[in-house]
Design a binder for this molecule. Sequence first.
Ligand SMILES: [Zn+2]
Length: 461
Amino acid sequence: MKFTNLTGVLDIGANCYLLEAAGKRLMLDTGAHPKREGTDSLPRLELVADGSLDAIVMSHAHQDHIGSLPAAMRRHPDAPVLMTEATKHIGETMLHNSVNVMLAEKNERDVPGLPLFTHREIDSGLRRWKPIPLNIRFDLAGDRVSPAEQCPFSMEFFDAGHILGSVGTLIRAEGKTVFYAGDVQFEDQNISRAARFPEFDKEPCDVMIMESTRGDTPKLPGFTREAEMERLAADIRRVFERGGCVLVPLFALGKTQEFLAMYDALRQRGSLPKCPIYIGGLGAKLTETYDKLAHKSARHLPDLDLMDDVAPFVIGGPNAYEIQVRPRRIFALSSGMMMPKTLSNTVARKFLSRPENAIFFIGYADPESPGGILRNSKTGDIISLGPEHAPEPVLCEIGTYNFSAHATRESIVDYVVRTKPRKLVLVHGDPAAIGALAGLIRPLLPETEIIIPVPGVPITL
Ligand SMILES: [Zn+2]
C-alpha cells in the first residue's frame, strides 16, 4: 500500500493525495491553491500516469479540495468521481464560479494556463460524478457492496461536520483500514452537526490521514461558541448604537450559511435587532443549495429556510460595487480573505476611514492576504488592500471572533488517542501547525508511527 501527497507545498493549499492499494489507484481530493493562480495553483497531477486512476473521491466542495477536479478528470477520462449529493450540487456551483473568476483574471493579466478548464468541460464531466449516501459501503465504481461481500477495495463516507456534504472516507483494502478525514469539525456549528466519525471499536485503524489546520492554536480556556456569538452580538449592537455598520468578510461556502443561521438565532433571542443583511451572489446561490437540501442532509435546523426566513438582500450584477454603506446594516460578503476584486475587498474601502464602522472577522484569513493584514492591524496603521488601492490609515474598528469550521487541536488529539491508528499521516496545515500537532500526539501514542509526508514522495504504508 502506497500514499503520495500531491500538494505542491506543505501548507493548507491544493489538497490532493494518491492511495495505491490492492492493485488499484484512488485519488483523494483535487484542490486548487487559493493563493496561487493559473497552473501554479494546481496540485502535482503530472506525478500520476494519465488514465491510471480507478476513482476520485471528493471530501467536500471547498476550493482547496475540489478546485482542480476538471483538470484531473481530463487526465483520467474513465475514473468515476465519488462524493455526497450535497458536494455534487455545491461543487458544480463552485467550479462554474471559478471559471468566471479565471476568465476575469485572464482579461486583466497574462496569467499562464487560464482558464484551467471551461464551463462546458464541467458540464460534460457531471455524468461521471456519482452521489453516494453516508454510512454505506461502496466500491470503486460507486456501487453499493454489503459488508459480508468480499470486495477487494471498498469505501464508506462518514459525516465530517465541516460544511454541508463534507465527509471522511474509510477505505478497506488488502485487509487494512485507511481513514482519510478530509476537513473535520468535532463540535456543533449553527447548521453543521459535529462529525460522526468511525470509532474503530470493532476493527483497528491501520492508517489515519488527518488535517492539522489548527495544530498550533491552543483552545482558549472557557471558550464556547455560544459565548462567542453573544460577544459578537454585543459588539454589533455597540456599532449600531454609534450609527455605524458592520462588514463581515467570509467565505461564500459554509461560513455565509453559518453566519445567517447565527444571526437568526441571535435575533430570535433578542441579542440583535432586526436589520438588513447583505450577501453576495455566490453566497446566495450556495445558501439556496443549503435550503434545497435541508431535509436531505445531515444538519441542524432543517426547517430553517435561510433565504426565506432570514431574507438577506443579495448584492449582485453590474451595480454590485456601487453599494451604499448606510448605518445599522450588516454586509456579510466574500471573500473571507478579502482578495482583490472581491466584494468584501471593494466594500471594505468604504469602511476604513470611518471610525463609526467596524470590520469583524469570523473565520480564517491567511496572514499575508489583505484580510489577514487588516485583521492584524491597529488603529492608525497605514495599509493597502491591493495593487489598485492607495494606502490609507485604518480608522474603523477591527474585531476577530472564532467560529472555525475546523476541529480544535484538542478534539483532534482526543479522537486520535481514542482510535489509536497504527500510522498517523498529518496533512493540511502549515509546517508549524503539523509539527505542533505531532508533538502533542507523540507522547500520548508512543506506538503510533507519525508520518509527515513530503510533497511528491511516495510512502509505503
Ligand atoms: Zn474545507
